[in-house]
Design a binder for this molecule. Structure first.
Ligand code: ATP
Ligand code: MG
Length: 299
């Protein structure tokens, strides 16, 4: 991958691109998806969010990018309060995300898919370009150039004119990442970027995330612990919508609450035998959830 060329962050002069989340609560009907969640992500670092299936991770990302409005809580980015903002305004502030599934448009080429992600920076806009409105020629060229740069940054420039469905899973994941990067985000939110990747693709992704964090603040949700342990400076653990632990990867690995909730561990049961924590804790549903911790995102 050509991780040295520009892609994310024309915003390197920004003073403080840190994220501060306080007391976020989200209910879906009677279900409490997030319960008084507070966390922070330091500027130009990779912050991880982990937790069992259904813990509320994607919901938190949806709140951060304005898709879901919380019942309570505040979000500040770069010292600015973001609560009550609409997704398009957040995009203009430099917040970009990838989806848990790949989410590419199958009727558009790879480069056109990435151009869609750049429209918040275009004057005429991609859609008016499609409609042939004035000033669109120049804007479309610029969009295409930006999209090509983002594709090259993630190492898939040669596939620009392909249709997404013809590409292997790992390449499509990179295209989805390029679509988030083309907006040159100050805050990049990644939902399971590693799902379905091979070990060597995982290592490339880790290197890319580390280099992206030199230019923007990165928040990543991921079940692949090997990746999280190697790229994150800070990790927050969600379980049943609550933050149950926070710390460095080493602290998280050593935290018994995390082990019990998510990673699965051997515990001594009342009859003195050793048993998997997930199996011992079947009443809370952890058995099924721990077993599913490497489950891939559905596409
Ligand atoms: N739009 C919605 N309407 C109703 N319930 C929802 C909605 N979105 C999420 N939920 C529920 O909220 C809870 C948290 O879901 P979420 O998708 O945030 O979990 P997650 O931690 O991302 O899980 P996974 O690791 O499986 O992706 C789950 O019980 C889910 O079913
Ligand atoms: Mg999710």
């Amino acid at each position: 991958m050509n991780s040295g060329s520009p892609g994310a962050g024309e915003h390197t002069g920004a003073v403080d691109d840190s994220l501060d989340v306080r007391g976020i609560t989200v209910h879906f009907g009677g279900l409490v998806a997030l319960d008084d969640v507070s966390l922070s992500a330091a500027a130009r670092q990779v912050t991880g969010i982990i937790g069992p299936n259904g813990a509320g991770k994607t919901t938190l990302l949806n709140v951060l990018c304005g898709f879901v409005r919380p019942q309570a809580g505040t979000i500040a980015f770069g010292g600015r309060q973001l609560s009550r903002m609409r997704p398009h305004r957040l995009a203009r502030l430099g917040i970009a995300r990838t989806l848990q599934g790949i989410g590419l448009f199958s009727g558009l080429t790879v480069v056109e898919n990435v151009m869609v992600g750049a429209t918040s920076r275009s004057r005429a806009g991609f859609w008016s370009g499609l409609l042939g409105l004035p000033r669109s020629d120049h804007d479309e060229r610029r969009l295409r150039d930006d999209a090509m740069r983002a594709l090259e940054l993630v190492g898939v420039g040669e596939h620009a004119e392909a249709m997404p469905d013809t590409l292997a899973h790992g390449l499509r994941k990179r295209v989805a990442l390029a679509r988030a990067l083309v907006a040159r985000p100050r805050l990049l939110l990644l939902d399971e970027p590693a799902s379905g990747l091979s070990d060597s693709e995982l290592a490339d992704l880790g290197d890319l995330m580390t280099s992206l964090a030199e230019q923007c603040t990165v928040v990543v949700i991921e079940h692949r612990m090997d990746l999280m342990m190697s790229v994150c400076q800070q990790i927050f653990v969600l379980d049943f919508g609550k933050v149950i632990a926070a710390g460095t990867p080493e602290q998280i690995q050593a935290d018994p609450a995390v082990t019990a909730a998510y990673l699965g561990s051997d515990v001594v049961t009342s009859d003195g035998t050793e048993q998997d924590a997930a199996a011992a804790d079947g009443a809370s549903g952890n058995a099924a959830r721990a077993a599913g911790q490497h489950e891939e995102a559905s596409q």
